[in-house]
Write a protein that binds this ligand. Structure first.
Ligand code: ADP
Ligand code: MG
Length: 468
């Protein structure tokens, strides 16, 4: 039946679209007038429903008659803690409008314990779900100069968790450079090598929430015990503990316990330990006990191989010059690179067009506006003075009026934060000041934004404007 539907569909759309959206589908079951098809992801399902629902309906009705029904089965690649992908059935919109929460499969947990694995009496009998995502593994974490150290340290740890000097292993680097992927890969590999070991992946955010919850419910001790029986603890985005004294304290105790017992701790952060703010010194010094490995921005070659690998896995072909165009234009964030590829494929199949360089340009333009536009010090001064409704000359002037001084200090602060310019050169460009003035400005902004609510809002607003 599905074969026939496919050939009907194939006749009605471009080969590219067919290849992208229909070849990956598997027919899994046929009962009476209902056909179940398996799709690779939720995104995929939504795309089909949005763009091809009529085509599907027509083709199916031709085969199965008026009462034909289509059931989607989403392959759960992203199901944490499950080796074998399980599937969740979704009735098709052919029969009813599918609301998005009904198809919000990946966040739904099959195992109610998973949601709150912490309030568990008799902990020792409990199997802890690792929360690992098996689709983040070493095989698809491509190696390049930018990640060689972190990647091989990760592999060393995976071979001998707790048995290397890389304890903790701290992986740090900018947004979208692969920290989460690598952290999962290490965990997944440990599970392969040592199935009996208890591995737990958790984001620092969730760790914090659970800690707070445990305090509310009066079972802080259960919370601590839970973590103390883990063999490999992976905490993602540890910088989010900044400013959270209670959580830091409990993490400190857990960390010590695990470390003393030769258990492995793996952490990720978007900053190097020296740059982490509002994290207790005793924790920071623990972070430095093991190895801190940085993920850098991938070089051109690595970007090309990441793109090609992604295309290969999705079964899509793309001309070499477009691959290079993408690699040349999206440099700072692998997640954005992947996003651009997905929208490129999606656009081309939706509009029944081939993937051309023009299409690629259009997509890159509106995809990475923010990363394409280098933030210059001039631009920062302009945005800051607009924000405070003054002109740039006023901002640069010698006046000591408080709000002007603050604006100037904010401009200096963002120049330091968002450009590579030295303190001295920032000073020169913002009203001919010296480097000490700029340094003082940065410190003042830091201080004020932690003590003064209104000022913090300035910093947040401007940060958003400048990076948008
Ligand atoms: P971070 O946690 O640093 O923000 P992620 O781990 O979420 O970044 O990575 C962003 C995306 O880039 C993910 O889809 C990931 O699979 C992909 N990615 C990052 N590094 C690599 C790599 N070396 N090879 C292949 N894919 C990568
Ligand atoms: Mg991450």
């Amino acid at each position: 039946v599905w074969e026939n539907c496919l050939s009907f569909i194939e006749d009605n759309i471009t080969p590219q679209a067919y290849k992208t959206w229909f070849e990956p589908i598997k027919a899994v079951k046929l009962t009476d007038s209902a056909l179940s098809i398996q799709v690779p992801s939720k995104f995929f399902y939504e795309w089909l429903e949005e763009h091809y629902v009529n085509l599907l309906k027509v083709s199916l009705t031709r085969e199965l008659g008026e009462h034909a029904k289509l059931v989607y089965v989403i392959k759960m690649e992203n199901t944490y803690g499950n080796k074998k992908p399980f599937t969740e059935k979704i009735p098709s919109a052919n029969r009813m409008a599918v609301r998005s929460q009904e198809v919000d499969v990946p966040v739904k947990s099959r195992n109610p314990e998973l949601k709150n694995p912490f309030i568990i009496p008799g902990i020792r009998n409990v199997k802890i779900e690792s929360q690992l995502n098996p689709s983040y593994n070493f095989e698809n974490f491509l190696e390049g100069d930018s990640n060689r150290l972190a990647r091989s340290a990760g592999m060393a740890v995976a071979n001998k968790p707790g048995g290397t000097s890389f304890n903790p292993l701290l992986i740090f680097g900018g947004v979208g450079l692969g920290k989460t992927h690598l952290a999962h890969a290490i965990g997944v590999n440990i599970k392969d090598n040592y199935p009996e070991k208890t591995v737990l992946y958790i984001s620092a955010e969730k760790f914090t929430q659970q800690y707070i919850e445990s305090v509310k419910k009066n079972n802080r001790n259960d919370f601590i015990h839970f973590y103390q029986i883990i063999d490999v603890l992976i905490v993602d985005d540890i910088q989010l503990l900044s400013g959270k004294a209670g959580t830091q304290d409990v993490f400190f105790h857990i960390f010590n316990h695990l470390h003393q017992n030769g258990k492995q701790v793996i952490l990720t952060s978007d900053k190097a330990p020296v740059d982490m703010q509002d994290i207790e010194q005793r924790l920071l010094s623990r972070f430095k006990w093991g190895l801190s490995a940085e993920l850098h921005q991938p070089d051109f070659e690595t970007r090309v191989s990441i793109i090609k690998n992604k295309l290969y896995r999705d079964g899509v072909e793309m001309p070499e010059d477009i691959v290079e165009f993408l690699a040349n234009n999206i440099k700072t964030n692998i997640r954005e690179l992947e996003g651009a590829i997905i929208s490129l494929i999606a656009h081309s199949s939706f509009n029944k067009k081939d993937i051309t360089i023009d299409l690629a340009k259009a997509i890159v333009d509106n995809y990475v506006k923010n990363t394409k536009r280098e933030v210059s010090i001039d631009y920062i001064q302009k945005v800051v003075s607009d924000y405070f409704q003054m002109d740039v000359e006023t901002l640069q002037s010698k006046t000591r009026k408080r709000h002007i001084v603050q604006a100037r200090q904010l401009a200096m602060f963002f120049a330091k934060k968002l450009t590579k310019a030295s303190l001295a050169s920032i000073g020169t460009q913002i009203g001919k000041r010296d480097h000490a003035t700029v340094l003082h400005a940065c410190k003042t902004v830091d201080n004020l934004s932690s003590t003064d609510k209104q000022f913090r809002k300035y910093v947040e607003d401007l940060g958003k404007k400048l990076t948008l």
